[in-house]
Ligand binder design. Structure first.
Ligand SMILES: NC(=O)c1ccc[n+]([C@@H]2O[C@H](COP(=O)([O-])OP(=O)(O)OC[C@H]3O[C@@H](n4cnc5c(N)ncnc54)[C@H](OP(=O)(O)O)[C@@H]3O)[C@@H](O)[C@H]2O)c1
Length: 350
C-alpha cells in the first residue's frame, strides 16, 4: 500500500507535465512503485518467517507441564512427546502399575503423580508435590485430558453413571484447575482442555458423554475470558475419532451397563443399540493416529499465539462450521444416515 502511495504523492508535488514527459514520468513512477512494493513485500515475508520461527520457540528449560489421564492414549502420547522435547512433565496416573510402565518408557525427567480427578485427596497431594518440585517457576501448562465415556439411552442410564460421567469429565477437570491455578498464574502458563467432537454435536445414545463435553466447552469459554487479565491462555482441543484404548474401554463399559438395564431395554432400544455398536466399531477402525492430537496440544502449549479451539480431524472441522447452520431436521437426517439408524418409528407421532 505504501509503495503505491509514494509516487502518487510525488506526482502531486511536481508541476503538471505534458505529452512524452508525462508518460515518461508515469512509467518511472510505476517502476518506483513496483520496486517499492517488492521491497515492502519481501520485508513482510521476512518478518512473517521470523514470527513463524519464533512461534514455537519458548525456552523449554524449567517449563513444567501437568497432564491428567496419562496412563494411556492421548494423555500418554502427550506426556512422552513433551518429555522428549525437554519439558518437565508431571504425568497423572491412577495405579502403581501405570506409574512404573510410564517411567520405564520416559526419560528420568518425567515425574509420575498419583492423580484421580474425582478424589480430592489425590488432587491435593499431587498439587503439593508439584508445588514443591517447580518452586518459583510455576507451571507452563496444565492439560486436562482425563476422561471416560458413558453411553446409553438418556431415559435408561442409571443416575449414578450419569453422575460418574459428569464427575470425571467435568467436576474433576474443574477440581484440578482450582488446585493448580495458582501455579499456572505464577508460571504465566496455559490451560488446555481436551474436549471432543461430542462437545460440538450430540449423537443419540451418547447423551452422558456429549453432555460432559458440552459442559467442558462452556467452562473453557468462561475461563478463557476470566483469565485474560493474567495473560493465561485457555485452549480447547476437539478431536474427532482417535485410535486409543477409549473405544475398547467404552465397549466394555457398555456391555457391563447392558447387564444392569431393565428387561424392556431390548424391546425399546435393541435395534438402536445394535446400530450404534456397529457405528462405534467403524469409528474405532477409522480413528486418526493419536499424533494428530499431540500436535494440537503441543501447539496450544508452545505457540506464541495459541488458538482458542483446535479442531482435529475433518469431521470436527466440518461440524464446527456447518452443524449449527443446518437446523435440527437436517442434523437429525444426517445423524440417522451416518449411524445407519433403524428407520422404523422415525415418523411415528403420538
Ligand atoms: N479417543 C478418541 O476418539 C477421543 C476423541 C475425542 C476426545 N477424546 C478425549 O480425549 C481424552 C483422552 O482419551 P483417550 O482417547 O486417550 O482415552 P484413554 O486412553 O482411555 O485415556 C483416558 C485417560 O483418562 C484417565 N482417567 C479416567 N478416569 C480418571 C479419573 N477419575 N481420574 C484421572 N484419570 C482418569 C484414564 O486412566 P485409567 O487408565 O486409570 O483409567 C486414562 O489415562 C478424553 O477426555 C476423551 O474424552 C478422545
Amino acid at each position: 500500500m505504501d509503495g503505491c502511495r509514494f509516487p502518487v504523492a510525488v506526482a502531486f508535488a511536481r508541476p503538471p507535465l505534458r505529452g512524452g514527459a508525462r508518460q515518461f514520468f508515469l512509467r518511472r513512477s510505476a517502476k518506483v512503485a513496483i520496486t517499492h512494493s517488492g521491497m515492502v513485500l519481501t520485508s513482510a515475508v521476512l518478518v512473517g518467517l521470523l514470527l513463524l520461527m519464533r512461534s514455537n520457540s519458548r525456552p523449554k528449560d524449567s517449563l513444567y507441564v501437568v497432564i491428567t489421564g496419562a496412563s494411556s492414549g492421548i494423555g500418554q502420547a502427550c506426556a512422552l512427546a513433551l518429555d522428549r522435547r525437554g519439558f518437565g512433565v508431571f504425568a497423572g496416573v491412577r495405579t502403581d502399575a501405570d506409574a512404573q510402565r510410564l517411567c520405564s518408557i520416559a526419560s528420568s525427567r518425567l515425574q509420575v503423580v498419583r492423580l484421580d480427578v474425582t478424589e480430592p485427596d489425590t488432587i491435593h497431594s499431587a498439587a503439593e508435590s508439584i508445588r514443591c518440585a517447580v518452586g518459583e517457576a510455576g507451571l507452563a501448562g496444565l492439560v486436562n485430558n482425563a476422561g471416560i465415556v458413558v453411553t446409553g439411552p438418556v431415559e435408561l442410564v442409571p443416575l449414578e453413571l450419569w453422575r460418574r460421567q459428569l464427575e470425571v469429565n467435568v467436576i474433576g477437570q474443574v477440581a484440578v484447575i482450582q488446585a493448580l491455578i495458582g501455579l499456572v498464574r505464577q508460571g504465566r502458563g496455559r490451560i488446555v482442555n481436551v474436549s471432543s467432537i461430542s462437545g460440538i454435536l450430540a449423537a443419540p445414545l451418547m447423551g452422558p458423554y456429549a453432555a460432559s463435553k458440552h459442559a467442558l466447552e462452556a467452562i473453557s469459554d468462561s475461563l478463557r475470558v476470566e483469565l485474560r487479565p493474567w495473560g493465561i491462555e485457555v485452549c480447547v482441543v476437539e478431536p474427532g475419532n482417535v485410535k486409543t484404548p477409549i473405544w475398547e474401554k467404552s465397549r466394555a463399559a457398555a456391555e457391563e451397563l447392558a447387564k444392569r438395564m431393565p428387561p424392556e431395554t431390548e424391546a425399546l432400544y435393541g435395534r438402536q443399540i445394535a446400530a450404534m455398536r456397529k457405528a462405534t466399531a467403524r469409528m474405532a477402525q477409522s480413528g486418526m493416529p493419536v499424533q494428530r492430537v499431540v500436535e494440537a496440544v503441543l501447539h496450544a502449549l508452545t505457540a506464541r499465539r495459541p488458538k482458542a479451539r483446535y479442531r482435529v480431524g475433518t469431521q470436527t472441522r466440518l461440524a464446527a462450521i456447518f452443524w449449527r447452520l443446518l437446523g435440527e431436521s437436517l442434523q437429525d437426517w444426517i445423524m440417522c444416515r451416518e449411524l445407519r439408524w433403524p428407520r422404523e418409528g422415525l415418523r411415528q407421532r403420538p
